[in-house]
Write a protein that binds this ligand. Structure first.
Ligand SMILES: Nc1ncnc2c1ncn2[C@@H]1O[C@H](COP(=O)(O)OP(=O)(O)O)[C@@H](O)[C@H]1O
Ligand SMILES: [Mg+2]
Length: 512
């Protein structure tokens, strides 16, 4: 038997000016789980999309089961046994799960789809791989984890032997991740070969046989899981050591700076409506809000910051009732805000780094200078900020559109934190930024807290919530399902609360 079912040699791929893959190498053995890791933008998705035939390679070669592929497109890849589960699912919400699975299998001319037969086949896979899937539910009613399992079934039904999963755990709770890993182990036991893309080292260390690393479009080597360590992997990923686990300081908790009292907020999506939430944040503490995306965290923050109307209840900031005040007024009362969507609300992409650093009132969309400074003073200030917050490139006259995601986010963080407001709200502050920037942003939040600010942190990354927060509040479908000191939190108890809390039947005979 050949050693490899896939060989990708000397791969090069550019998109216009962007050299997404400068030098890619990848091999896959039959029946292994091979992880592909690297920072955001390292070229992982591109490498695997090339294997799946979504774009042609510029140069290099792709060999599948010994055959050098002259031409690749998804249809040809599938014929050669390669399937891919994408980061964004491609399911139709209004159709049932079964209809979605069948969709895409074009019935032969003159024939209609045999639903009974299709159901049988799908049920066979569900049983074989022990997947929890309800075939007759509408896709809009199933969880993200279930949707992902449906996507896996769809690839299996095409008869593939090689399955690529692009950051499958990014959207899952720890419990759903565990379920996924069981399925992957089953697939592996059946002899399927799997590519697992991730940037979470603990997951990679748990599931992989081999691990390949990419950095800035370059291949950084392949290692056996048993012969490597998370430290070795991070060094390969970013070229130096990083310390994401900040030393938490326990500063003196001061007065209550934010009080949210029985707040109700309307939203389009049912699960995002805020139904009576009460919470508070004190000076000198970081309060983390954990929850699966879309359970009301964005709506809550918009309601506090004046971007969304509060239907009932009140928001008290710094002793002042700011309920339904304009964003500018809320800021004046003592709010700094690192918004979830930095491009829409955090930055003006066409303005220079400097002007973004001094602009306030970003939330309202009106980019007015907060303080009228003379040019030399502005330059001096910008220079300091660029240095202090490690913004690269350091030329602050450049537009922020020239910055990578991580550096653009540093500009927002720098501006908001340096205002030294009493309340700092950070919504997904490290989403989509690279590890170096994550380290710097996390440290900045810790410093803001040490300086006495109350920090309200919303993050989809549980690891981030646990490592930064002093106190953690969990929300599910617009309600608080639990609250605990961070010292008592772990992925399990938070994960359960994120799913609503009351999952008695899953507790089984566990003693705790
Ligand atoms: N279709 C595309 N068009 C232009 N640039 C792209 C495209 N796909 C990816 N890129 C760029 O290529 C680089 C690598 O991206 P990607 O492979 O998605 O990285 P990763 O999956 O490791 O985060 C990034 O700079 C990204 O912006
Ligand atoms: Mg990617």
């Amino acid at each position: 038997m050949r050693e490899y079912v896939v060989e990708m040699n000397h791969i090069v791929k550019s998109f216009g000016e962007v050299r997404a893959v400068k030098h890619g190498e990848f091999t896959l053995r039959k029946g292994e789980i091979h992880s592909l890791i690297g920072e955001n933008g390292a070229g992982k998705s591109t490498m695997m999309k090339l294997l799946y035939g979504m774009y042609p390679i510029d140069s290099g070669e792709i060999i599948i089961n010994g055959e050098t592929m002259k031409k690749l497109e998804p249809k040809i890849a599938i014929e050669h046994g390669v399937g891919m589960v994408h980061q964004e699912f491609m399911l139709v919400n209004d159709l049932t799960v079964l209809e979605n699975v069948i969709l895409g299998f074009e019935p032969k001319k003159g024939l209609t789809i045999d639903f009974a037969k299709a159901r049988q086949e799908v049920e066979h896979y569900i049983e074989q791989y022990n997947m929890d899937i309800q075939l007759d539910k509408k896709v809009s009613q199933i969880s993200v984890g279930e949707a992902q399992r449906v996507e896996i079934i769809k690839t299996l039904m095409r008869g593939v032997e090689i399955i690529i999963l692009d950051e499958p755990t990014a959207v899952l709770t720890p419990q759903e991740t565990k379920k996924l890993f069981e399925i992957l182990a089953n697939l592996k036991a059946e002899g399927k070969s799997l590519v697992f893309i991730s940037h979470k080292l603990n997951e990679v260390m748990e599931i992989s046989d081999r691990i390949s690393v990419m950095r800035q479009g370059e291949y950084m080597g392949t290692v056996d899981k048993d012969k490597t360590t998370p430290l070795d992997l991070t060094k390969r990923m970013i070229g130096r050591e990083v310390f994401l686990n900040i030393d938490k300081t326990y500063s003196k908790v001061g007065q209550t700076i934010l009080e949210v009292k029985d707040v109700w907020v309307p939203a389009l999506k049912e699960s995002s409506k805020i139904r009576g939430m009460s919470l508070h944040v004190n000076e000198g503490e970081i309060v983390g809000i954990a929850g699966i995306d879309g359970n009301g965290q964005s709506e809550l923050i918009e309601a506090i910051t004046g971007l969304r109307k509060v239907e009932k209840g009140s928001v008290i900031l710094n002793g002042k009732d700011v309920t339904n005040l304009k964003p500018r007024k809320v800021r004046e009362a003592g709010l700094a805000h690192i918004p979830e969507d930095r491009n829409k609300r955090g930055l003006n992409r066409t303005m220079s780094i400097e002007n973004n650093l001094i602009a306030v009132e970003i939330d309202s969309g009106a980019y007015t200078k907060g303080v009228l400074m003379d040019i030399p003073a502005q330059d001096k200030y910008s220079e300091e900020m660029v240095k202090q917050f490690d913004i690269r490139p350091t030329d602050y006259k450049l537009p922020t559109s020239a910055l990578s995601g991580g550096n653009a986010q540093k500009v927002v963080v720098a501006r908001e934190v340096s205002m030294k407001k009493k309340l700092l709200i950070a919504s997904q502050p490290t989403r989509g930024v690279d590890i170096g920037a994550i380290e710097s942003i996390r440290n900045t939040l810790e410093v803001a807290k040490k300086d006495g600010a109350g920090v309200l942190l919303v993050s989809a990354e549980l690891e981030e919530i646990i490592s930064l927060s002093d106190r953690i509040i969990v929300i599910h479908e617009g309600k608080i399902t639990g609250e605990m000191p961070a010292s008592e939190a772990n992925e399990n108890n938070l994960g359960l609360l994120m799913m609503g809390g009351a999952v008695e039947e899953e507790k089984g005979g566990e003693a705790s």
